[in-house]
Design a protein around this ligand. Sequence first.
Ligand code: NSS
Length: 430
Amino acid sequence: MTFEPISSVFDAPSGSEISVRGWIHRHRSSGAIVFAVLRDSSGIVQVTMKKGNLPDEQLEAARSVSLEASVEVRGHICEDRRAPGGREVRATCFRVVGPAEAFPITEYQSEELLLDYRHLWIRSREQTAVMKVKASVLAGARDWLREQDFIEVTPPIFTQNACEGGTTLFKLKYFDRDVFLSQSAQMYLEALIFSLERVYSVTPSFRAEKSRTPRHLTEYWHLELEEAWVDNRGNMEIQEGLVTAMVERVLQERKEELLMLRGDITPLYDIKPPFKRMRYQEAIQRLRDQGFDMEWGRDLGTAEERALTAEETVPVFITNFPKECKAFYMKEDDEDPRTCACADLLAPAGHGEIIGGSERETDIARMLARMEEQGICTGPYEWYLDLRRYGSVPHSGFGLGVERLVRFICGIDHIRDAIPFPRTVSRAYP
Ligand code: NSS
């Protein structure tokens, strides 16, 4: 028997015969008829098993089958307005492949229980939809980056550097010394532009952040780019192009999933260049006008980012952050030396930061001075400083939190639902 994807039930001619297989998603029997909704990776379909249409022992097997058992069905496609999608399969053959014990997830469950059973809960229609969206987001990024002559590279995860500061590092034993799990591939990407010029990577990044918020994971997927000969302005244009291509790809491939997840998809059509640009100075002024107590030099937090973007329909770049709240590798802005040539990209409608990026300092003396100011010991960074010693070149780059973007696109409340097996402060199981 050859099996077709369940979605093809809705494309094939009515009356034709089809074999499908999948898992029992819903199930009920009334008198001589058994109704089951079957699920596979392509969708769901109603299957009806009626006495006389299939051997009695198969009807009995269908009657007693449990939710989430895997099964094979052969039957005829029939129009039926009451069935999901307007069609059903009337079975002539039914076989259980893998029976199921009583499924531990029932209709109303606490969030904690769903997280304990995450390995089973990821079968849900919502979770499946999010994972499909995520795959399209990544495919859209990779295709666009290839068109723009970026080369995908594979940086390490074990590292001795703190790219984003010491407070959020996971330390582990590496034979007889300590290493960290990577917070960012940035420094390695910087090393790679000297031969490849335009590079990107997609890697897990790790942050030992005690933040229990709907936008923090301790392990997340990081899409990072680095570009030689590009300044901060060019860096922002690349971000606009990339984010637009990612959203466009999802709209092309995953409209049905988006409709299920967020209902209204029209706001996603507004994600097109130019995105808005606002200097930090203006941002804190606006925040003060809204009653926030914001002094110069403080980074924006969740509440501030939400307030700044609540009414926006396109993403907003906040540029020119004060040097004291940003990393030592960021280049000082030529026109406003109190600030960095940098930008954070905030998603609209209150979603907050999805990208952090900047032009990089290329001058070794200035970089050493910044490191000293911030009390960073240069030992582990000698190799990184070498990049300023041998053919230093103007360059910029950024990092996009894949789950942050997926959360925004899908309109989901919590970032943990943008990754199949979330790692947070309180959870590393299953
Ligand atoms: O700390 S970042 O703002 N910047 C960097 O790591 C740079 N070194 C990247 C680069 O230039 N190559 O993090 C970048 C993005 C940030 O905008 C978020 O979207 C995401 O990474 N991010 C996170 N996502 C989920 N959970 C956590 N904890 C998290 N931290 C950052």
